[in-house]
Design a protein. Structure first.
Length: 142
């Protein structure tokens, strides 16, 4: 299972766009998949990309191999992220973004799952609209 935010609407049913949980997995794998590449994957492949674990080095290796195979078959190969894998410590238990600090204590931040911290860290980026951050915080009970 992966973290599904209700504010994302029917994205988890239609898989028409890349869910935030998959973006985290792509960052951890150091890969980029375009929206066109995502939609070229079969529904079964998109579901697999959503559900495959990325909790260890071997999990990431399998994830990369599966995603590369799916994307190449669909004619939209993945490309490496500029700068490689994103360091998961950037949303780690000790890296609470300023935009969430007013609503989430240090202790609560540390108790959140890796997926939840990633989502809040991404949504706290000032280039994004604050409404999604507010919705995600509310869904997490803040």
């Amino acid at each position: 299972m992966y973290l599904r935010f209700a504010y994302e609407g029917d994205v988890h049913e239609t898989l028409a766009t890349i869910p935030l949980a998959v973006r985290r997995k792509l960052d951890l794998a150091g890969l980029k998949l375009s929206l066109q590449g995502w939609t070229a994957l079969s529904r079964a492949e998109r579901l697999a990309v959503c559900h495959l674990p990325v909790d260890s080095g071997p999990d990431l290796d399998v994830y990369r191999e599966a995603l590369r195979g799916f994307a190449e078959r669909a004619g939209h190969p993945v490309v490496p992220l500029e700068g490689g894998q994103v360091d998961p410590s950037s949303w780690g238990p000790d890296r609470r973004p300023a935009a969430v600090a007013a609503r989430v204590s240090e202790q609560d931040w540390a108790r959140l799952s890796d997926e939840a911290r990633y989502a809040l860290a991404k949504l706290s980026d000032p280039r994004r609209g604050p409404e999604k951050l507010g919705l995600a915080l509310a869904e997490l009970g803040f």
